[in-house]
Design a protein around this ligand. Structure first.
Ligand SMILES: [Mg+2]
Length: 375
């Protein structure tokens, strides 16, 4: 019965999206006529800008370490209107600075002067094999542009619900166990109601034990694929000091260890969250066999449309959902807030890890993230 209702609601939401997209198309066509006569032939002007984001501390996880994050900002201009989208590329998914720049130039060279709505932009990008984070930067700039043009919020355009604030976890990167106490103090982490702990298979036990000792909140442990077998992961869980405080274990195994993941779920005493195992693909029956929840990120999904679809597919399969992020500015984080309604967990601390946020589109207070502006 509940499933039936969910499907009905989904169909209703889809109709809502279709009718809104028609409105959007109409607005663009009208604007297009004005623009062409006012500003000449070219309708959309896409640009890309690299931004350097020094981090508050060394970001060390199982696969790499950095002190500065380099992202890109896409800007879409049409006459006096403009809007931006962020590209927080990730080497884990085969993305690099050079690839983003090269593929952006390819997109720009081949893109038509305008797009007849979000769906035609998405179809065009899919035909080009672009990196997912670049697709998100382009699609979100376009959607944000339409929001400005139509006077609607992004949530209204996408047929999604947003919420006024979300409780986010804050991530403690891998460091020497002896340094955690001052890290927690220096970054005032007691304001967060849940802490995420980055581990690798060598430090996991001692690191978690120390953080459990220094805090009194639940932990989310993220191994970033560093465990090699189900048995090894189960042993870690068996020896976990206060298992009731472990909210979930995120991606312990490499994404290609499909059988080990099956085995792990059969015996795991805790909730398992997929992260690197979730990319741009549909959320299908593969996931509930191996995980209890999925970490959806706009930069992995490659767009609002696909992320919303993944969230809905996950819910229909009975999976818990989490909205996550990369290290990114509040432009990317506020984008995630746009689709936050009905999501179970949030891990949106990306803009809290950088020294200076160039956009200030969100505010964090006592571990909660809010939009900094009236929608
Ligand atoms: Mg993760």
């Amino acid at each position: 019965m509940r499933k039936h209702t969910a499907i009905k609601m989904n169909a209703k939401s889809s109709l809502k999206i279709i009718s809104l997209l028609k409105v959007i198309n109409y607005s663009i066509i009208r604007q297009g006529k004005n623009t062409q006569s006012d500003y000449g032939e070219t309708m959309f002007n896409w640009t890309i800008k690299e931004i350097e984001l020094p981090l508050k501390f060394t970001w060390n996880i199982s696969r790499n370490s950095s002190d500065i994050k380099r992202n890109f900002i896409i800007e879409l201009k049409n006459g006096s209107l403009s809007a931006k989208g962020e590209v927080a590329f990730n080497v884990r998914y085969g993305e690099s600075r050079e690839l983003i720049l090269e593929k952006f130039e390819e997109f720009k060279a081949q893109a038509p002067a305008d797009f007849n709505g979000v769906e035609s932009l998405v179809a065009f990008m899919d035909s080009m094999d672009l990196p997912q984070s670049l697709k998100f930067g382009l699609e979100s700039a376009f959607v944000h542009y339409i929001a400005v043009l139509s006077g609607k919020t992004v949530a209204q355009l996408m047929g999604t619900n947003t919420v006024s604030s979300v409780k986010t976890s804050f991530s403690i990167p891998i460091m020497e166990t002896g340094k955690v106490e001052s890290f927690i103090k220096d970054n005032n982490l007691h304001r967060f109601s849940v802490i995420k702990v980055k581990v690798n298979r060598d430090n996991a036990h001692d690191f978690c034990k120390e953080i459990l000792r220094l805090t009194n909140v639940p932990l989310r442990v993220d191994a970033n694929e560093s465990f090699e077998t189900a048995a090894e992961t189960l042993k870690f869980l068996e020896n976990f000091p206060e298992i009731k405080r472990l909210e979930f274990l995120e991606q312990p195994l490499k994404a290609n260890l499909h059988d080990e993941a099956l085995e792990l779920k059969k015996h795991s005493p805790v909730f398992l969250m997929a992260d690197e195992s979730v990319t741009k693909e549909e959320i299908n029956g593969y996931y509930p066999e191996r995980f209890h929840g999925v970490n959806i990120k706009l930069m992995k999904a490659g767009g609002y449309m696909r992320a919303v679809k993944q969230l809905r597919q996950a819910k229909l399969l009975g999976l818990k959902t989490m909205l996550g992020c990369m290290v990114e500015t509040s432009l990317g984080i506020s984008s995630a807030l746009n689709i936050s309604g009905g999501v179970d967990f949030f891990d949106l601390d990306g803009c809290l890890l950088i020294k200076e946020d160039p956009y200030n589109l969100v505010i964090e207070e006592n571990g909660k993230i809010f939009f900094s502006h009236i929608l």
